[in-house]
Design a protein around this ligand. Structure first.
Ligand code: HEC
Ligand SMILES: [Cu+2]
Length: 439
């Protein structure tokens, strides 16, 4: 009787635990979890991975060694065997052995670890330097080396995916939830990229696991890191800010797009344009046509010798010129005066991307931390003071100067939006030209 009850219990327990295990593994398969590091795509990341595996196996060996001795002696000297215990309390030789062995193991692990560490710190002979600045809560990228490209990279996951508690507006969570940005950092494969890392407000950290790089971004200091992504490993790599930096720490992801060296040069020559997904816009189809046109025109003028010597240069020059021409005219659209409605409409998305993290989507702010825009004396007071607040920020507070982050039209739009929406109805507006005059 008793036996059969136990049998039933055991059977029940087995079913429960089996289904738990099954649930766990189906979950694992769905979310594509993994137990080890991301696949390394740089030499340093591979070294770190190998080092990690080496230390892991050393730990396994120590574990197996220590536990086998322990279990063996527990079993061998058990009470039921009437084993006579030894009575010594100190043994110099044992103490020497258990000091020397761990010491040798530690030295043995420190040698390869130091080698990798030194390699990680060697930022010399780089092909390209990018300055990376952490902000609450976005990243700024500036390409040094005279290319003059700079941009900010902000989270592009829509608020409707993040605010799941509001069921009426919530939308399905996307594939790269909280790991997507409006602009990716673009880097070439097969070249050594050096990054100078700093921050504008508090400490952040720039981290791309697949590159094996992670460095703190500290205001007032410049840290350095480098990576050289394998040729053939072109693609998109994602990471996070890895230093708790305030309320939206989770909302400042890092996206790096690795392109080939040739593509990168074209991207730089084109002035660093982005497509709608925030990746490098390299217009190969149309540029090839344009190349063909330019080259054949010039070929008729140039002497045969010159032509055969510099075809690549000509291609690059022709490419650079054609792209610059194509880009310039669009900027003049800002000259025309815009209506309050148009400005406000544009301002809404800028507010959402750059201001709502602190002042909230509704404009209510967070009492005691971030002031409300609704009914704010600045947002409903004299417009010049409002403009100054956005351009210069308020030093010593979280309100950053937006003069370098937003262009004239964007500043005008977000100010007009704050004055005529979010519960305010001042009824005035400001144009891009006025902002340009106040800079
Ligand atoms: C990182 C947080 C943060 C972000 C992002 C931010 N602000 Fe602010 N903002 C503040 C803080 C803090 C203050 C209060 C400063 C002070 O102490 O006077 C402030 C003040 C203001 C004020 C004055 C409000 C008042 O009544 O005193 C305006 C207007 C304003 N911000 C507009 C903006 C706009 C426009 C943006 C986006 C382009 C923006 N802010 C982005 C934190 C932020
Ligand atoms: Cu951060």
């Amino acid at each position: 009787m008793l036996f059969s009850q136990q049998g039933k219990l055991a059977a029940k327990l087995f079913t429960v635990s089996a289904s738990l295990v099954a649930a766990l593994f189906s979950g694992l398969a769905q979310a594509d979890y993994r137990l080890n590091f991301q696949d390394p795509v740089t030499g340093v990341a591979r070294d770190i991975y190998d080092l990690h595996m080496l230390i892991f196996w050393i730990c396994v060996a120590i574990f197996v060694g220590v536990f086998s001795v322990m279990f063996y002696s527990i079993f061998k000297h058990r009470k039921s065997k009437n084993y006579e215990p030894s009575t010594f309390s100190h043994s110099t030789s044992v103490e020497i052995i258990w000091t020397i062995i761990p010491f040798l193991i530690l030295v043995g692990m420190a040698v390869p670890a130091t080698k990798v560490l030194i390699k990680m710190e060697d930022t010399t002979k780089s092909d390209l330097t990018v300055k990376i600045t952490g902000y609450q809560w976005k990243w700024g990228y500036e390409y040094m080396d005279g290319s003059d490209i700079s941009f900010y990279s902000t989270l592009s996951t829509p608020r409707t995916q993040i605010d799941q508690f509001n069921r009426s507006t919530a939308t399905e969570i996307g594939e790269n939830y909280l790991l997507e940005t409006d602009k990716a950092m673009i880097v070439p494969s097969g070249r050594k990229v050096r990054a100078l890392i700093t921050a504008n407000d508090v400490i952040h950290a720039w981290w791309i696991p697949a590159f094996g790089t992670k460095k703190d971004a500290i205001p007032g200091y410049i840290n350095e890191l480098w990576f050289n992504v394998d040729e053939g490993a072109e693609g998109v790599y994602r990471g996070n800010c890895a230093e708790l930096c305030g309320k939206d720490h989770a909302y400042m992801p890092i996206v790096v797009q690795v392109v080939t060296g040739v593509e990168f040069d074209k991207w730089v020559a084109g002035g660093g344009q982005f497509d709608a997904q925030g990746f490098a816009k390299i217009d190969t189809a149309s540029t090839q046509e344009q190349f063909a046109g330019v080259i054949s025109e010039e070929a008729s003028e140039a002497s045969p010798v010159e032509k055969s010597e510099t075809p690549n240069q000509e291609l690059e020059m022709a490419f650079a010129e054609s792209v610059v021409e194509a880009v310039v005219p669009t900027a003049s659209a800002a000259d025309a005066a815009m209506s309050i409605e148009d400005l406000s409409q544009k301002g809404e998305s800028i507010y959402g991307a750059h201001c709502a993290a602190c002042h909230q989507v509704t404009g209510a702010g967070l009492p005691g931390i971030f002031p409300a825009i609704t009914g704010s004396s600045v947002a409903t007071g004299p417009i010049n003071a409002h403009v100054k607040m956005i351009l210069n920020g308020k030093p010593g507070t979280a309100m950053a100067a937006f003069r370098n982050q937003l262009n004239d039209e964007e500043v005008a739009a977000v100010i007009t939006y704050q004055r005529n929406a979010l519960g305010n109805s001042v009824g005035d507006s400001v144009q891009a030209a006025d902002i340009a005059a106040q800079r």
